[in-house]
Design a binder for this molecule. Sequence first.
Ligand code: FAD
Length: 353
Amino acid sequence: MQQVIVVGCGIIGAMLAYELTQSGLQVTVLDRQPPAQAATGAALGVLMGVISQKTKGRAWAMRQISILRYAELIPELETALGHALPWNPQGILKLGFSEEDLVKWQALAELRQQQGWRLEFWSPDQVMAHCPQVQPSDLKAGLYSPQDGQIDPTALTLALVEAAQRRGACFRFDIEVQRLAANGRLQTSAGELEADWIVIAAGLGSTPLLPVPQVTLSPVLGQAIRVKTTKPLGKPEFQPIITGQDIHLVPLGSCEYWVGATVEFDLAENAPIPEPLEEVWQGAIALWPELAAAVRISSWSGLRPRPVNRPAPIVEPLLGYPHVLLATGHYRNGVLLAPATAQIVRDAIAGSA
Ligand SMILES: Cc1cc2nc3c(=O)[nH]c(=O)nc-3n(C[C@H](O)[C@H](O)[C@H](O)COP(=O)(O)OP(=O)(O)OC[C@H]3O[C@@H](n4cnc5c(N)ncnc54)[C@H](O)[C@@H]3O)c2cc1C
């Protein structure tokens, strides 16, 4: 049986562990902390696949693979573990405010139909009929994607770890990986380790591990908040994720919502500053005025791993190290693209056999 070491146990490492054990590989995942603590622990889990503006090439292919896989994966995990996962299958509604959105989205809805997906173009009246919580006067259009959704990234990661463990994967959450040595072995706090395959899925921690400067990742801060309202916003029976002006409103049930996230490139301060989050919050109230009366329960932040001068994500062999694969740099879509990432890695390993 081929041995695989995965470095990192965010959503990418956990998904790799689950999917690779399915293919009969012996997987060990190493992390220096418990699962879903870094970017994954801050993510909102919005799965913008069909509704994304990507229409061809690898970017669209990965979204398509992931959305198809999620439709099977979530019930598969729920059955395996015997409990429900917190996910929202009621789709994503995107709000548009310009003539440009209107024209672009009509074309996108037609294209998706030709590609075999459902994407509905809504007039402002249709938006407000379905989702009366949306109030902005300058709304031009809505794009509703019933086949996209949202999943709690931490709950999903923990579920993948548990299910992978049951299939024989081994997890160590007390190991700091120092670097990949020139001999192709991993230098770690537990000594030197080797395997048939090594997959670097360490998010922002990936770059310092590499012996060749193939990838540079820069941190992009995201802040978000959890709020509680006195009653559900809009219709209780229809609670899709709604996104407008790059702000997501994510229903969690029990009148609770996540709102976010900021996208902050300039990290001059040591700690997140309140102003960008306040801006997102005021933007959210403009879109969903009832939020003004909501109680803020908590706020948090995380750093997204963004590839410098390259499109995200980076899923490819490490140059000069044919047994090392990079599965990193997922920037704003790691939760969405985790299943497709696992498939590319699995195919690379299988293809070399
Ligand atoms: C506020 C916010 C909102 C987001 N919303 C969404 C969303 O709605 N949808 C979406 O798809 N994506 C979203 N993202 C992006 C998503 O969170 C990331 O793309 C994704 O979590 C990356 O996962 P990862 O497993 O690669 O990295 P991480 O989750 O960062 O995990 C990397 C792991 O590697 C470990 N590690 C690093 N270095 C070492 C080392 N030297 N030794 C041992 N272990 C190491 C770390 O401890 C960590 O556990 C959001 C991100 C943020 C911050």
